[in-house]
Write a protein that binds this ligand. Structure first.
Ligand code: ATP
Ligand code: MG
Length: 648
C-alpha cells in the first residue's frame, strides 16, 4: 500500500476489550478451541446440552464439519422467548419506510414473538413441516424477519431470495431448493418505485415444474390489490390473525439445517450455501456482540438487505440473539438524496451504523454537503462489509459520519463463513484504512503460495483458513461435490476463501481482491484493490474497476474502467492525468494500458463489482458473460460493450 496511516484506539473509548485482552483471548481460542467454544456456546439457549464440541476434518476424502453435534435447540428461543420476561417491552425492530413522510414502525420483542409464533402456526396449518424448504421473497419489511424466524420455529429451512431478483432468478432458486412454499408480498417499494413481487412470483411459478409450488403466502404491504389464485395463495394477515399466539418450538439438532442462501454471484453461478442451527447462532451472536461492541439499549442499523448473508446474520440472528434494537430500512441509501442515511441516523438516534463500501462511495459522490446538515452525534461506531473499502472512502466515512471519533470496523467475511472472520474490534484494534485488520476469536487465517506452501511474515498470497469455526457453511445445497471442489480441493486440508490478501509487518490483513481477478503484469502479481483504490483517491474519480487483458509484451496489460464524479467531463487530459497519478501512487508497473470511461459498472445486487464480466468485455468475448442473473442493471453491460468497441 502506498500509505499506512494508523488511527489508534482513542483514549477513554468505551469498549468490551482492550488490545491486551483481545490478544490473550485470541491466543486462548487457538490453544484450546474445544474449551473456548464449549464456554462460548453457553451464550445461546440449549434444550439439551451437547457433550461434544467439535468434530471436523478438512481432508478432501473425509470432509466433515460438525459442531455441538448432539446438542438440541431451537434458535428462536434464543432470539425471542428468552428476552420476554425482562425485556419483552424493549424495541426489537424500528422500521423506516422508503417514503420519508410515512411513520416509522416500532415493534417490541413481545410483539415480534407473538407474530412469529402465529405465522409459524399458520405455516404448519398450510402443511409446512420440519426440513421443508420455504422461499422468502419479500421487501425490506419486518415481516421478512418474522418469516425467517417463523420457519426456524417449526424447523423449516428458509431460502431468502432478494426482492429485486427477476422471475427467472427466483424460479431457479425455487427449483434448486426443491421448494414447495413461498412467502411474498403484493408489492415492494424501493426509491419511490413499486416492485411487483407477487407478479414476479406468479411468473416464476410458471417457469417451474407444474406441481412445484403448493402454497404462496402473500402480505399486502402497499394496500394495492394483486391476483390471488384460489386454493394456492393465502393472505398473510388472514392466515396470521386467526392463529394461537404460542407455537411450540420444534426440537432441532445443532447440525440440522437452518437456512439456504445463495452467494452474490460475483465470480460465477451462485452457490446455495447451507448453514445449520447451533454453530451458526453461536458464531453470529458472538461476533455481533464483540465486533459492534453491542450493549443492550444501543440502537443498531445494518443497512444490508435481508436477502444477503449480512442481513441474515446482522439484521436477524446475531442481533436478536443479543436482544438488540435493530433499525430496518425499506429503501435505498441515496433516496431521495444523499442525505437520507444521515437523516435516518438522527431520526432514530442510531449508535451503530453498518453499511457497504458501494453505498459509501455513492453517498460521497455528492460531497459533504448532504451529510453536513445532520448532527450524527448519536453515532459511536461505524462498520463496513462487502468489498475492500478504498482508503479514500474510509477516510470520508470516518470524517463525516464518524466526526473523526468513531472507530470503523471493516469486517471481512463471506456467505460461506456465516459471520465475520477478519475484523477490528473497537477499542482493541488500531485501525488502518483499507485493512480488515486481525482475525476474530478462533479464526486462523494464513497465506499460501500457488503450491499451497504457507508463507510467513509480511507478504501476500492466497487467503486460507486453517481450521473450522462454528459458523462455517456445511455444504452446497444439493451439490456436496461442489462444496468439496470449491473450498477444500485447491489447498489440501484447508478452507480456501477464493480471496487474495496481503499481510503487513503488524500482522494486519489487507484483502487484495478475488484470486480469479489477480493480474500478472510482466511477472508481477497485483490485486485489483490496490490499483482501484489509487484511482478512487483521485479527485475526479467516483469508482474504478481493473481487469487484465492479453498483452504481447507484458503478458497481461491493465485495463481500467473509470466512473468519473458527477461534475467531471471525460477528456484526454484527465486520462493522462489518471495514468500519471497511478504511476506516482503505486509505481510504473501499475500504469494503466487502457482506460475506458464507464458511466456505470456491472454490479451484483449486493453492490459488488463483477469483474469477470468486465474481463470478458475487455477481451471481446461478449458471448461468454456467464451467469448474469444477479446483475443489478443488465443495461450497463450493453453500453460498456459499445464504448469498448468504439475505443479499440
Ligand atoms: P460468489 O461467491 O457467488 O462469487 P460473492 O463472493 O461476491 O459471490 P458474498 O459471499 O456475498 O458473495 O461475498 C463474499 C466476498 O466479498 C468475499 O469473498 C470478499 O471477496 C468480499 N468481501 C466481503 N467483505 C469484505 C471486506 N470487508 N473487505 C474485502 N472484501 C470483502
Ligand atoms: Mg464468494
Amino acid at each position: 500500500m502506498t500509505e499506512q496511516v494508523i488511527y489508534p484506539v482513542q483514549p477513554g473509548q468505551k469498549t468490551k476489550l482492550n488490545n491486551a485482552q483481545y490478544q490473550a483471548m485470541y491466543a486462548e481460542s487457538l490453544r484450546d478451541p474445544e474449551g473456548f467454544w464449549q464456554q462460548q456456546a453457553q451464550r445461546i439457549e440449549w434444550k439439551k446440552p451437547f457433550s461434544k464440541v467439535k468434530d471436523v476434518s478438512f481432508a478432501k476424502e473425509d470432509l466433515h464439519i460438525r459442531w455441538f453435534e448432539d446438542g438440541e435447540l431451537n434458535v428462536t428461543e434464543s432470539c425471542l422467548d428468552r428476552h420476554l420476561d425482562k425485556h419483552g417491552d424493549d424495541v426489537a425492530i424500528i422500521w423506516e419506510p422508503d417514503d420519508e413522510s410515512q411513520v416509522a414502525r416500532r415493534i417490541t420483542y413481545r410483539e415480534l414473538s407473538k407474530e412469529v409464533n402465529q405465522l409459524a402456526n399458520g405455516l404448519r396449518d398450510l402443511g409446512v413441516k420440519k426440513g421443508d424448504v420455504v422461499t422468502i421473497y419479500m421487501p425490506m419489511v419486518p415481516e421478512a424477519s418474522m418469516a425467517m424466524l417463523a420457519c426456524a420455529r417449526i424447523g423449516a429451512i428458509h431460502s431468502v431470495v432478494f426482492g429485486g431478483f427477476s422471475p427467472e432468478a427466483l424460479a431457479g432458486r425455487i427449483e434448486d431448493g426443491n421448494c414447495h412454499y413461498v412467502i411474498t408480498a403484493n408489492e415492494g417499494v424501493r426509491a419511490g418505485k413499486i416492485v411487483p413481487l407477487k407478479e414476479n412470483v406468479d411468473a416464476a411459478i410458471n417457469l417451474c415444474k407444474s406441481d412445484q409450488v403448493k402454497k404462496v403466502v402473500v402480505l399486502n404491504h402497499t394496500g394495492n390489490a394483486c391476483t390471488m389464485e384460489v386454493g394456492r395463495d393465502e393472505d398473510y394477515r388472514q392466515l396470521v390473525d386467526k392463529q394461537d399466539s404460542e407455537c411450540q418450538a420444534e426440537v432441532m439438532n445443532a447440525e440440522d439445517p437452518l437456512f439456504i442462501l445463495y452467494t452474490s454471484g460475483s465470480t460465477g453461478k451462485p452457490k446455495g450455501v447451507l448453514h445449520t442451527c447451533g454453530g451458526y447462532l453461536v458464531y453470529a451472536s458472538m461476533t455481533h456482540e464483540y465486533i459492534f461492541d453491542y450493549e443492550r439499549g444501543d440502537v443498531y442499523w445494518c443497512a444490508a438487505d435481508v436477502g444477503w448473508i449480512t442481513g441474515h446474520s446482522y439484521i436477524v440472528y446475531g442481533p436478536f440473539a443479543n436482544g438488540a434494537t435493530v433499525v430496518m430500512y425499506e429503501g435505498v441509501p441515496t433516496h431521495p438524496d444523499c442525505g437520507r442515511v444521515a437523516r435516518i441516523v438522527d431520526k432514530h438516534q442510531i449508535n451503530i451504523l453498518y453499511i457497504a463500501p458501494t453505498a459509501i462511495r455513492a453517498l460521497m459522490s455528492d460531497g459533504d454537503e448532504p451529510v453536513e446538515g445532520a448532527s450524527l452525534e448519536s453515532l459511536r461506531l461505524l462498520g463496513t462489509v462487502g468489498e475492500p473499502i478504498n482508503p479514500e472512502a474510509w477516510r470520508w466515512y470516518y470524517r463525516t459520519f464518524g466526526r473523526s471519533q468513531c472507530p470503523i470496523v471493516d469486517t471481512w467475511w463471506q456467505t460461506e463463513t456465516g459471520a465475520a472472520l477478519i475484523t477490528p474490534l473497537p477499542g482493541a484494534t488500531d485501525l488502518k484504512p483499507g485493512s480488515a485488520t486481525r482475525p476474530f476469536f478462533g479464526i486462523e487465517p494464513a497465506l499460501v503460495d500457488e503450491k499451497g506452501n504457507e508463507l510467513s511474515g509480511a507478504t501476500s498470497g492466497n487467503l486460507i483458513i486453517k481450521d473450522s469455526w462454528p459458523g462455517q457453511m456445511r455444504t452446497v445445497f444439493g451439490d456436496h461435490q461442489r462444496f468439496i471442489d470449491t473450498y477444500f480441493s485447491t489447498f489440501e486440508g484447508t478452507y480456501f476463501t477464493g480471496d487474495g490478501a496481503k499481510r503487513d509487518e503488524d500482522g494486519y490483513f489487507w484483502i487484495t481482491g478475488r484470486v480469479d481477478d489477480v493480474l500478472n503484469v510482466s511477472g508481477h502479481r497485483m490485486g485489483t484493490a490496490e490499483i482501484e483504490s489509487a484511482l478512487v483517491a483521485h479527485e475526479a474519480v467516483s469508482e474504478a474497476a481493473v481487469v487484465g487483458f492479453p498483452h504481447d509484451v507484458k503478458g497481461q496489460g491493465i485495463y481500467v474502467y473509470v466512473t468519473l464524479n458527477h461534475d467531471v467531463q471525460a477528456s484526454p487530459a484527465i486520462r493522462n492525468d489518471l495514468i500519471n497519478w497511478v504511476r506516482k501512487e503505486i509505481g510504473p508497473i501499475a500504469s494503466p494500458d487502457i482506460i475506458q470511461w464507464a458511466p456505470g459498472l456491472p454490479k451484483t445486487r449486493s453492490g459488488k463489482i463483477m469483474r469477470r464480466i468486465l474481463r470478458k468485455i475487455a477481451t471481446d468475448e461478449y458471448d461468454q458473460l456467464g451467469d448474469i442473473s444477479t446483475l443489478a442493471d443488465p443495461s450497463v453491460v450493453e453500453s460498456l460493450i459499445q464504448e469498448h468497441q468504439a475505443l479499440t
